[in-house]
Design a protein around this ligand. Structure first.
Ligand SMILES: [Zn+2]
Length: 234
């Protein structure tokens, strides 16, 4: 077992020394891809004191999105439900600390455009985008939003790719809310999820999920440069 107080103290020390925040990942992502949906961490352990995060519930009982310590799951009907501190997640990532920077995202920016804007920000600030992870929060009005969630597996150990083949998609011509997540390096081993990964929750908490696509209409966006902690072994 680990000592959560010690982990927090280490995070804080690291932040003071580097100016960077940190991203805690509950478990290696390849376990999830291989169909292990058992609990790796509780909501409280992963998200307490965090800025933002995402994940998926144990047994795929919904995609997970967390903002400022409030966490929702989006089950297969697409209606977000707030989750309690002791509920378990199969996989989760949370961003802690660091310094916030505004990221300009003009109207018309799409999913790929966000990744490009993050990479330009990193290049301009002398960060090597293969070495760091960025946490992101984008809030405001979006157009042509496609969100998705997944149903529980149809059989024990069904691989995630197969589950995603029958994902549920929800489309919105106009959508107000927040999207949070991470931009990981593109070339990563199977323990990480590469590239841009966002989960959303609408302002009225009536919709949310894993973000497939969008066009930013009128948004504010913030980025934090973080370092990655080793995935947990649970
Ligand atoms: Zn996702």
């Amino acid at each position: 077992m680990f000592d959560e107080g010690l982990i927090r103290a280490r995070r804080r020390l690291h932040e003071i020394v580097s100016g960077h925040g940190s991203v805690a990942q509950s478990r290696a992502a390849d376990r999830l891809f291989a169909g292990d949906y058992s609990t790796s961490v509780t909501v409280a352990t992963e998200f307490a004191g965090s800025r933002l995060g995402l994940g998926v519930m144990h047994d795929l009982e919904g995609e997970v999105v967390s903002r400022h310590g409030v966490t929702w799951r989006i089950p297969v009907d697409g209606r977000p439900v707030r989750v309690g501190p002791n509920e378990g997640m199969a996989f989760a990532m949370a961003a802690h600390g660091g310094r916030r920077h505004e990221l300009g995202l003009p109207s018309g920016t799409n999913f790929a455009g966000v990744a490009g804007a993050v990479d330009r920000y990193l290049a301009d600030t002398d960060h090597d985008h293969a070495q760091v992870v960025c946490a992101l929060e984008i809030a405001g009005q979006f157009d042509e939003v496609v969100l998705r969630t997944v149903a529980p597996p149809e059989y024990q150990g069904e691989p995630l790719a197969e589950v995603i083949d029958h994902e549920r998609r929800f489309t919105f011509s106009t959508w107000h809310g927040s999207m949070v997540g991470f931009r990981f390096p593109d070339a990563v081993d199977g323990t990480r999820i590469p590239g841009l990964h966002l989960h959303g929750i609408s302002t009225d908490e009536s919709s949310g999920g894993h973000v497939r696509s969008f066009i930013a209409s009128s948004v504010t966006a913030f980025v934090w440069v973080d370092e990655v902690q080793s995935p947990g072994e649970s």
